[in-house]
Design a protein around this ligand. Structure first.
Ligand code: IMP
Ligand code: MG
Length: 174
């Protein structure tokens, strides 16, 4: 354990929650197929774990989204890079991110993909930092509610470090 980290959710709790979400999603979409849009980089780990627990046919595609900068505080501008190449019109689409903070990333992506004629468009996040929400965005699947603290691990970084941790922790960013 890194000294500057305070454990928040261990690997077992995370995997239990991911299974719970996967079961709900599989039930809700039973008999259909979905396209999972994984929001890189943070959601690489969460969407991989989620996807392998789904009991429905799923495609996984990737988009890079970043709130500009490398600090603990987002500047607010969402930049989309390496957009998906599959046609999502008439498809059930699920946008997967690890955390909803201000809500801007998911709001921008929901708007972006909503214009391409999906049959349905939903969002899934492992963590919801409701206290920080500044933009109205619908979260269809939420794992844990979390306090307004900076969280790392399980895909989440601080200056690109800690993404590989299998657990979630709070970091003192000074
Ligand atoms: P948004 O403010 O909801 O658009 O969140 C933007 C992005 O900031 C998320 O997708 C994460 O990559 C990142 N982010 C937000 N809160 C945290 C955090 O507590 N730790 C690490 N990254 C975060
Ligand atoms: Mg980041």
């Amino acid at each position: 354990m890194y000294q500057e980290l305070q454990p928040l959710f261990d690997e077992t709790s995370i995997q239990g929650k991911v299974k719970e979400l996967a079961d709900r999603i599989s039930r809700d979409y039973a008999g259909t197929e979905i396209v999972i849009i994984c929001v890189l980089k943070a959601a690489a780990l969460f969407s991989a774990d989620l996807a392998r627990l789904l009991g429905i046919p799923s495609r996984i595609v990737f988009v890079s989204a970043s709130s500009y900068g490398n600090s603990a505080v987002s500047t607010g501008e969402v930049v989309i890079k390496n957009d998906i190449e599959v046609d999502i019109s008439g498809k059930h689409v699920l946008i997967v991110d690890t955390i909803a903070d201000s809500g801007r990333t998911l709001a921008v992506l929901a708007d972006h993909y909503g214009k391409r004629g999906p049959k349905t468009l939903k969002t899934a996040v492992l963590l919801n930092k409701q206290a920080r929400r500044t933009v109205d965005v619908r979260l269809d699947y939420v794992g844990f509610e979390v306090p307004d603290l900076f969280i790392v691990g399980y895909g989440l970084d601080y200056a690109e470090t800690y993404r590989n941790l299998p657990y979630l922790a709070v970091i003192k960013t000074g």
